[in-house]
Each structure stands twice: as C-alpha cells, then as structure tokens.
Design a binder for this molecule. Structure first.
Ligand SMILES: Cc1cc2nc3c(=O)[nH]c(=O)nc-3n(C[C@H](O)[C@H](O)[C@H](O)COP(=O)(O)OP(=O)(O)OC[C@H]3O[C@@H](n4cnc5c(N)ncnc54)[C@H](O)[C@@H]3O)c2cc1C
Length: 305
C-alpha cells in the first residue's frame, strides 16, 4: 500500500516541487545520490574504483517533455565521458541512460539519435552504455531502440524487469553472444494484467531469468541486493561453468555497501549504480518505495528537527 502510494507520488509534479524544496530532504537523499554536480560523481567513482568496485553512472533525469531538456541530457553525458576520460576513470566503467530523459515519450527518433550520440562518445572513451528499463508502456520502444544501438555498438546493455509477465520471452531473445543484460526485479507500479504483484512470484521470475541468462551466451548482470538471489546466482554461474569475468553483480549506491565490498573481495565483479544530478526526485521516491524503513528514516529526520 505504502509502496504504491510512493510510486504514484514519484510521478506527481506537485509533490516533486514540494519535496525537493524541503531543506531537510537533501540530507536523506545523500544516502542514495552522492551529489548534484559532475565533481560529486567523479569523487564517487574514484572512491568506488579504489575499493575494487566498478560503476555505472546515471545522470539523473526522466520523463522529459521538451527538446531542450533532451538535448541537455545528451550533452551532460558527453561532458561526463570527457571528464571521466580526463581523470583516467573511464576504463571498465559504464553509463546508465533512461531513454525517457532523451525524449522517448514525445519523439522516438530524437531519443534514438541522442542515445546513438551518447553511445558513440562512451565508445570513444572505452566505456559501455546500459539502457535502463522504465514502466511497461515503454518496453517495446526501448527494445526497438536497443536493437538499433546494438547494430552500431554491440556492447550496449539493457535492463529487463523480472516482474513483467512478458520478460521470459524477452530474455530468450536477449541471450545471444556478448549480449549484456541487467536483470532487475522492477521498480515501477504496474497493473496485475502485465506484472506479477506478489513478491514470491517476482522472486520466482527473477530466478527463472537468472537461469536463462546464465545458460545463455551473453553477459548476465545480476542487479539485486537480495541475499537469496545473490547466492542462487553464484550457484547458477558455477553450474553453467562461467568464470567470474563471465557475469557481474550490480547494486545501487548506498544500498548494502558492505555486501558490495565483501563480494568484490571474494573475487566477484561488482558494479555500483551511481546516480548524480539535480533531478533526483523520481529516483529517490522509488528507493523509499522499495523499503518502508527508508520512509521511516525520512519522516523521522523531519520530526527530530
Ligand atoms: C544496478 C541496478 C540497476 C537498476 N536498474 C533498474 C531499471 O533499469 N529499471 C527498474 O525498473 N529497476 C531498476 N532497478 C531497481 C530494481 O528493479 C529493484 O527495485 C531494486 O533493486 C530492489 O529490488 P532487490 O532486487 O534489491 O530486492 P528486494 O527484495 O526489493 O530487496 C532485497 C533486500 O535489499 C535491500 N534493499 C532493497 N532496496 C532497498 C532500498 N531502496 N533501500 C535499502 N535497502 C534496500 C533490503 O535489505 C531488502 O531486504 C535497478 C537496481 C539495481 C541494483
């Protein structure tokens, strides 16, 4: 219940402007977002890389409705790659991109052009790009754009959401050689007609998805903080005869950081999703929705003021 209210709030422009103007919100947001500026992102990358963790950087933004904003997002990614290159931080790192931030909702061709420009610049610096998956209405368009991106940049990755009923089929199409696929449970409020709504069903679908990816020819990116899923992933990887470069774990910045370091110390490849930028509202609300305790922490920080 709290979860669906928060996910609805994540898309409310009125709440967005109220919450982002509250002075205390910033302190709570810091747990999930290292900062609004490029220097904050670079500092987070340097620190994480220094402890043996790889990163995927997300310039925050979504649901863009204007050309000007879509252009600015493309330019922000270009500036990001240039800065990572200049600081010697590009190697083995990745960038995560939301197509809705590049104009997907109002001009799919523009989103494709901008995504191609982002991939080209990433490639120039030896980096890869992974396309985030947003709500279910965007999946066909996103997979269509992914196909066009991969025609030029085959290492482009994509996120796939276990909670969607269509995902078993999508995954089978995405297990070709070298295909980088990030398996997530799914962070959006979806109707039962298209998604599993019970946690047990989502978890079962997640295990099915991991098995398909591990048995396939691509590069599975297991994006979860769920201890049980992490154990199953390791068992499936061993069973499929994959060595530790043949798959990776991914987790979000600020969530289970000790576990991220433990897995890396054990020899696993671990990549941390690092979001940065001023447009943190939607991302932050989805993190609150995932864990009621986060909402409690957020509310207590106001009450204790
Ligand atoms: C690298 C990465 C990229 C992602 N990209 C996408 C994407 O493109 N599209 C999309 O829809 N979703 C994406 N997600 C979010 C994902 O769909 C889930 O909503 C999120 O990962 C929580 O699910 P979980 O697998 O961790 O399992 P859960 O069962 O939700 O959580 C397992 C445990 O992890 C910890 N945990 C989980 N979430 C939180 C939190 N917010 N705060 C504190 N602790 C927490 C708790 O200990 C919890 O018990 C991404 C997640 C990751 C890790």
């Amino acid at each position: 219940m709290a979860n669906s209210v928060l996910l609805a709030a994540a898309r409310s422009p009125r709440l967005r402007s109220a919450v982002t103007r509250l002075p205390l919100t910033r302190g709570v947001v810091d747990r999930f977002v290292p900062g609004e500026g490029l220097p904050d992102a670079l500092a987070a990358v340097a620190e994480l890389n220094g402890t043996g963790l790889l990163v995927t950087l997300d310039h925050l933004g979504e649901d863009t409705t204007e050309r000007r904003q879509a252009d600015a997002t493309r330019d922000a990614y270009r500036a990001l790659f240039a800065a990572l290159g200049a600081h010697g931080l590009a190697t083995r790192n990745d960038a995560s991109v939301k197509l809705s931030a590049l104009g997907q909702a109002f001009d799919e061709a523009l989103a494709l052009d901008h995504a191609l420009a982002v991939c080209a610049e990433a490639d120039r610096h030896g980096m890869t790009v992974t396309v985030d998956m947003e709500d279910h209405t965007t999946v066909d368009s996103t997979l269509g754009i992914l196909g066009k991106l991969r025609a030029e940049f085959p290492r482009t990755g994509v996120a796939v959401q276990a909670m969607l009923r269509r995902t078993d089929g999508d995954l089978r199409d995405l297990t070709g050689a070298g295909s980088r696929v990030r398996l997530v449970k799914g962070a959006y409020a979806e109707p039962a007609s298209v998604a599993f709504t019970a946690k047990a069903d989502v978890d079962r679908a997640y295990v099915r998805g991991m098995r398909t990816l591990m048995d396939g020819a691509g590069h599975p990116m297991i994006a979860t903080h769920d201890a049980r899923m992490l154990d199953i992933a390791q068992a499936l990887a061993r069973h499929a005869g994959r060595d530790r470069d043949g798959y990776e774990f991914q987790m979000l910045y600020g969530i289970r950081a000790t576990e991220q370091r433990r897995l890396a110390a054990e020899g696993e490849t671990v990549r941390v999703y690092v979001p940065y930028g001023a447009d943190w509202y939607g991302y932050f609300m989805r993190r609150l929705a995932e864990r009621p305790a986060n909402l409690g922490f957020f509310l207590r920080s106001f009450l204790s003021r």
